[in-house]
Design a protein around this ligand. Structure first.
Ligand code: UGA
Length: 445
């Protein structure tokens, strides 16, 4: 919305949320950081806020005054009842649709921006039409393809924007309205229009294909370790085939983030719903490899440290699910910390953007261990040298650039011997670290 506001000065954009604290934070010019850390976002918000970008909790007023409404609520994996652990929980989408239906007094275009299962637009339309004030709604699907950490650039230089709409004159007119917004900064060939169902499914398909690449290279990483191949060399060799391409072939401690796992589970659930067992199992395997990669990494730490980490201090460099974000959802660091705490290790974390409160809430959400045990076993500091001091090992969880530039000889001197580095991102230079005296363990190398 900040990008739209900055590129379309004649359009008024109002972001509404029922969480007063969060809206206050977005409105507060004195805060050093916005609620979401995203490179370039602060500058963009500061240049548009109060001009044509507004943050408010007055949901009804914003609906009443808008011609176009983006539904951008979260659609987490359902954690109860039918479809538990797989299906998307659409209660927030439904609540939005009902509020819009109740409040709207004139025709509106409703845009699904949240990632939703295919055919959700039918639900939204049905609620709008049956509970509304007899006004006309057009429902468009406009899935988001930006990645966190590169969001602004991904939007400004989008590979494509996808807009799905009804194949009727009214549907095409609504597509035209949204196209004209993106047309402020994108060329016509970057804006793709389809029917609603193709658009909804394409979003899930894109994330499934991306995650599948990570799981494929991670599966290769295990084979590399068994055969003395080097996964970085394999990735380079296969990535130079233009049919395969070089991106998203970085072996890692497993993908995280709020999207990949959730969207694949969603896809699997839909496939099962239609009785497509083989299709469901095919995509499910992407998640199984990801879980396996996390567990494999955690076990490697345990076995390398002489099968005993009880009361040993292990330093984590990074907690966020990737660099340049403070988002920790589904980060592999949470799962690996949990495994090691079960083995009674003590985890000390340095992450440039994530608070200890967030880390503890991630752990408490994942396991049923009493919160005070998690709090006793997990600590954090802004000082990477203090975090590593006295530790038996450092585990690199996130590929923050600044980890490369640390004073590694100093870190080495402060650690227990032999000092291990488990580089879950293949971020650091093995030869240099070995020369300093570290036991270096990478992924697939
Ligand atoms: C992902 C998609 O890339 C976006 O296109 C999509 O819009 C977004 O989900 C969404 O559905 O909202 P995001 O989750 O922000 O974006 O981050 P990614 O850059 O895709 O990274 C996901 C995970 O894969 C991270 O943990 C990352 O470290 C890991 N990864 C990525 C690897 O382990 N290896 C790679 O080569 C690439």
């Amino acid at each position: 919305m900040a990008v739209i506001a900055s590129k379309c000065p004649e359009i008024t954009v109002t972001v509404v949320d029922i969480n007063q604290k969060r809206i206050d934070a977005w409105n507060d010019p004195s805060l050093d950081e916005l609620p979401v850390y995203e490179p370039g976002l602060k500058e963009l918000v500061e240049s548009t806020r109060g001009k044509n970008l507004f943050f408010s909790t007055d949901v009804e007023k914003a609906i009443d005054e808008s011609q176009m409404i983006f539904i951008s609520v979260n659609t987490p994996t359902k954690d109860y009842g039918v479809g538990e652990g797989m299906a998307a929980n659409l209660k927030y989408i439904e609540a939005c649709a009902r509020t819009i239906a109740r409040v709207a007094k004139d025709d509106k275009i409703v845009v699904e921006k949240s990632t939703v299962p295919v055919r959700t637009a039918a639900t939204v339309k049905s609620i709008l039409e049956h509970t509304g004030n007899k006004v006309h709604f057009q429902v468009l699907s406009n899935p988001e393809f930006l990645a966190e950490g590169t969001a602004i650039d991904d939007l400004l230089n989008a590979d494509r924007v996808l807009i799905g709409g009804e194949q009727t004159p009214e549907g095409q007119a609504a597509i035209g309205e949204l196209t004209s917004i993106y047309g402020h900064w994108l060329k016509p060939h970057q804006i793709l229009t389809t029917n609603v169902w193709s658009s909804e499914l394409s979003k899930l398909a894109a994330n499934a294909f991306l995650a599948q690449r990570v799981s494929s290279i991670n599966a290769m990483s295990e084979l590399c370790e068994a055969t003395n191949a080097d996964v970085r060399e394999v990735a380079r060799a296969i990535g130079m085939d233009s049919r395969i391409g070089p991106k998203f072939l970085q072996a890692s401690v497993g993908f995280g983030g709020s999207c990949f796992q959730k969207d694949i589970l969603n896809l699997v659930y839909i496939a099962r719903h239609y009785g497509l067992v083989e299709v469901a199992e095919y995509w499910e395997q992407v998640i199984r490899i990801n879980n396996h990669q996390r567990e494999r990494f955690a076990r490697k730490i345990l076995t390398s440290l002489f099968n005993n980490v009880a009361d040993k201090k292990i330093a984590f460099y990074g907690w966020a699910f990737k660099k340049d974000t403070n988002d920790t959802r589904e980060s592999s660091a949470i799962y690996i910390a949990d495994f090691l705490i079960r083995e009674r290790a003590e985890i000390h974390v340095f992450d440039p953007k994530v608070s200890l409160d967030q880390m503890l809430s991630d752990l408490n959400y994942l396991n049923s261990r009493p919160a005070d045990i998690n709090a006793a076993k997990l600590s954090a500091s802004n000082d990477p040298y203090a975090v590593a001091g006295d530790s038996h090992a450092i585990a690199v969880m996130t590929e923050w650039d600044q980890f490369r530039d640390l004073d590694w000889p100093r870190i080495h001197d402060g650690m227990q011997k032999p000092p291990f580095i488990f580089d879950g991102r293949n971020l650091l230079d093995r030869a240099t670290l070995q020369e300093i005296g570290f036991e270096y363990v990478g992924i697939g190398t």
